[in-house]
Design a protein around this ligand. Structure first.
Ligand SMILES: Nc1ncnc2c1ncn2[C@@H]1O[C@H](COP(=O)(O)OP(=O)(O)OP(=O)(O)O)[C@@H](O)[C@H]1O
Ligand SMILES: [Mg+2]
Length: 213
């Protein structure tokens, strides 16, 4: 496998989608569209879509937390097999919007299922396939939530205490993960203006992969 696997992580409102759109456009400019893949789980394959339907079915209000975590891990596995591994074999640069670190931060820490436990079930799912590089967009919790409230009309326009403490727990978990794996996970200050964030991300990618940017 000769491609490059780059995941983007960070709490809600960190700017992952905004940053990735520009990174994708610039990489396509440099390498051509065929060499770049943007993806996010479950990634459009028909098996993961079926799992997703179970996960988001409004009737499944009684779903157990561990069941949910296992289903996410199962969808991740299929996404790896159907999208990521074939892309790496085609020598693509894969930009993945959230990956295993999101499960650890959101389900392990945020939902109190245990970071170690979520890591264990995901190890089985990913079978050793960690990203070559993970861009962690770090944003202060109030700012991340404020961005979502201000810019997105489809979300409730207020910040409650529960949202804030959940967001803070998720961020703390991300920061721990970054400290544990400083070689793989690179922290970017996402509280800066968007163009500055994008610039820092490009530099970080370039440092790791000198032939990019
Ligand atoms: N650096 C920035 N400065 C100011 N506003 C920003 C910045 N980055 C993103 N935004 C704005 O904040 C909002 C959330 O950004 P975005 O959707 O990219 O975040 P995200 O990390 O993908 O969030 P989610 O996890 O919910 O998908 C958008 O309206 C975006 O325009
Ligand atoms: Mg997003």
């Amino acid at each position: 496998m000769t491609g490059k696997f780059i995941s983007f992580e960070g709490p809600d409102g960190a700017g992952k989608t905004s940053v990735m759109a520009q990174i994708q456009a610039d990489l396509e400019q440099q390498l051509g569209k065929a060499r770049v893949m943007y993806t996010r789980e479950p990634g459009g394959n028909h098996i993961s879509e079926q799992i997703r339907r179970v996960l988001f079915d409004n009737q499944n209000t009684d779903m157990d937390g561990r069941t949910e975590a296992l289903l996410f891990a199962a969808a991740r596995r299929q996404h790896i097999v159907s999208e990521i591994i074939p892309g790496l074999k085609r020598n693509q640069v894969i930009l993945c919007d959230r990956y295993v670190d999101s499960s650890i931060a959101y389900q392990g820490a945020g939902r109190h299922l245990g970071e170690q436990e979520i890591w264990q079930i995901n190890q089985f799912a990913i079978d050793g396939l960690l990203p070559d590089l993970t861009i962690y967009l770090d944003v202060e919790s109030e700012l991340g939530l404020r961005r979502i409230a201000e810019h997105r009309s489809d979300q409730v326009n207020r910040l409650d205490k529960e949202q804030l403490s959940f967001h803070r727990t998720v961020r703390k978990s991300y920061l721990r993960l970054q400290q544990e794996s400083p070689e793989r996970i690179k922290l970017i200050d996402a509280g800066q203006p968007l163009d500055k964030v994008i610039n820092d991300v490009k530099q970080t990618i370039h440092t790791k992969f000198p032939d990019l940017f």
